[in-house]
Design a protein around this ligand. Structure first.
Ligand code: 13P
Ligand code: SF4
Length: 318
């Protein structure tokens, strides 16, 4: 039977990997960052956990030269745009975001010519090229503030049509022209699953990520980024929560709130790309210094402008 055990389940192998990662980290003076959706064992060895905005900020604030970024490509790329002097490693080259791939420069230019004069807000889940072609970037935790900060009434928002729709509900005086993108993970959740979860846990509050479809958001008690959910739970007197986002989030919520209960409304709430990073790939990444994420200087400088503009909005509104 031992032969059937996968290496991810083999405790001795996992222990050895953790030891190896610790040693490599010391040798190379590297820091490990992980998104809230990563596998539990990856979250456990990370020096810093966070949502997209927190991770971008963290890379800028830490003084390590080598950063292993456990997340998906656009996150590591954003870290590299903000910190070109640092070596940003993405352990699994193929870890991407299908939503980020739903917008490109050509599609964005088509939108711009359809709505001339409307500034472009791009969700951080996008390529460096798209960021470079946009006026300002945003993440799920500051999207409403970013759009509110613009003086124009008409705004182009790419790529997430669900996040665009949510912003529109919060800022009815604006007119938002949305891209056609969506997150396949957050779109997978069905109304029946949410209704069933609410029936099974009548005392639980429903939290959801704004990448979820509008009909689901209409049923929630809280809408926010992954770290926004952590803060909501921390402050809430409630004891039970249905977590309307990727299942990796539940590990962190349980760890930080051992006296509260968390339920996922669906077995299918899994982002396959976020689950690609394993301890084995992190060790491999540090040992071989792969896969470095870099952006060419011309694109990087333009993309940085939309990120810097976003960062300044957050500071003003905080
Ligand atoms: P957060 O910024 O809320 O962590 O979201 C990132 C993401 O990709 C959600 O699917
Ligand atoms: Fe992209 Fe969705 Fe995965 Fe987030 S959960 S990284 S938006 S595919």
């Amino acid at each position: 039977m031992v032969g059937k055990m996968s290496r991810i389940e083999d405790k001795d192998y996992q222990r050895e990997l953790r030891r190896k990662i610790k040693q490599l980290k010391q040798e190379k003076q590297a820091v490990i960052l992980a998104h809230n959706y990563e596998r539990p064992e990856v979250q456990e060895i990370a020096d810093f956990l966070g949502d997209s905005l927190e991770l971008s900020r963290a890379v800028t604030e830490i003084d390590a030269k080598i950063v292993v970024f456990c997340g998906v490509h656009f996150m590591a790329e954003t870290a590299s745009i903000l910190n070109p002097e640092k070596t940003i490693l993405l352990p699994v080259k193929e870890a991407g975001c299908p939503m980020a791939d739903m917008i490109n420069v050509k599609k964005l230019r088509d939108l711009k010519s359809r709505y001339p004069g409307a500034p472009v807000v791009c969700y951080v889940n996008s390529s460096a090229q798209v960021k470079a072609e946009s006026d300002i970037c945003c993440t799920s935790s500051n999207a409403v503030e970013v759009v509110r900060s613009l003086s124009e009434k008409e705004i182009i928002f790419v790529p997430d049509r669900n996040l665009a729709d949510y912003i529109q509900t919060q800022l009815p005086h604006k007119k938002i022209f949305a891209g056609e993108g969506y997150c396949p993970t957050h779109m997978r959740i069905s109304d029946e699953e949410i209704i069933q979860a609410k029936k099974e846990h009548p005392e639980a509050l429903l939290m959801a990520h704004p990448e979820c479809p509008p009909r689901l958001l209409a049923l929630t008690d809280y809408i926010g980024s992954t770290s926004g959910m952590l803060e909501f739970v921390r402050k809430s007197p409630a004891h039970e929560f249905i977590v309307g986002t990727e299942k990796g989030m539940i590990f962190r919520l349980r760890r930080e709130n051992p006296n509260k209960k968390f339920f996922s409304p669906s077995e299918h709430f899994v982002c396959a790309d976020m689950k690609l990073t394993t301890l084995g790939w992190i060790a491999h990444s540090l040992e071989n210094m792969v896969h470095e994420v870099k952006v060419n200087d011309r694109i990087r400088k333009k993309a940085r402008k939309s990120l810097d503009r976003m960062m300044s909005v957050k500071k003003v509104n905080k």
